[in-house]
Design a protein around this ligand. Structure first.
Ligand code: SF4
Length: 263
């Protein structure tokens, strides 16, 4: 992996539309591109990870002029990817957020976040969302082979919850057909591992990402590839009827077991 420093004019981006999924007001990403290389993700096309120059000073300068709110960390790339072990940009960002009385909502697949439990548990109203795609080991090992296993991520949720950090699970991206048949088990496992809420959002395949993903699916399962081609034929999302059907199944199971499907 190649790491490069890069200049940025602005670090904190305001969310202009109401964010109903993550409840964020601002977005910060310490890094650009992601070295975890999940095969469905568009943050992995380049093999260069860019590190934002002078990141912490810029955050300090920008944050003091903003009205208080929730800052989403990790909506574009994982803030706890490998480089974070040494650079600690996310860890130091949390210290700034705490000092300025903002709320963080962190999205990650990485167990490295447990290093920062000491800070996270001191910030009022911290939210953490850990994402998985499925519990089928063969599929998750193939599609996301550089992140901790699904079960390690579930254990991570329990660890964070045991430290009084409000932690939820996201089935994200929700992969058509793969998710079917697993929904009830995921909801039950979520509760076993002390998940406080469940979020989900369907896989989007825009532009070049569609071609890359289809190339991987060809190796994983040719039949499934053909079904994806049909489902995504006219758009970068599955067709509306399919989304409606699966959303209904997820919310029905959440209701059945008493797991909120929003934050
Ligand atoms: S960890 Fe997240 S950002 Fe990184 S490659 Fe996987 S899905 Fe993309």
């Amino acid at each position: 992996m190649i790491y490069k420093y890069i200049n940025y004019d602005k670090i904190i981006n305001k969310i202009t539309k109401k964010d109903r999924l993550f409840l964020g007001d601002y977005i910060i990403d310490p890094y650009q591109n992601c070295e975890f290389g999940c095969k469905y993700c568009d943050s992995t096309f380049e093999k260069i990870i860019y590190i934002k120059n002078n990141f912490l000073n810029k955050v300090e300068n920008e944050i003091k002029d903003l009205s208080k709110g929730t800052i989403i960390i990790g909506s574009v790339v994982d803030p706890y990817q490998n480089i974070e072990k040494n650079l600690k940009m996310t860890r130091n960002l949390l210290k700034i957020i705490k000092r300025h009385h903002f709320k963080p909502h962190i999205l990650t697949k990485s167990t490295l976040i447990s290093r920062d439990i000491d800070i996270l548990s001191q910030i009022e109203n911290t939210i953490v969302t850990i994402s998985i795609i499925c519990i089928n080991r063969q599929i998750s090992n193939f599609l996301e082979n550089s992140v901790p296993s699904t079960f390690k991520r579930l254990e991570l949720i329990k660890k964070l919850s045991d430290n009084d950090i409000r932690t939820g699970l996201a089935i994200m991206p929700t992969l058509p057909y793969i998710i079917e048949g697993e929904i009830e088990d995921i909801v039950k496992l979520s509760l076993k591992y002390k998940t406080k809420f469940l979020l989900y959002k369907f896989l989007e395949l825009k532009g070049y990402q569609k071609k890359c993903f289809y190339d991987h699916m060809k190796v994983l399962n040719k039949e499934l590839l053909e079904k994806y081609k049909l489902l995504y034929k006219n758009n970068y999302t599955p067709d509306f009827e399919y989304i409606k059907k699966i959303n209904f199944q997820i919310s029905k199971n959440c209701k059945k077991y008493g797991l909120p499907n929003n934050i």
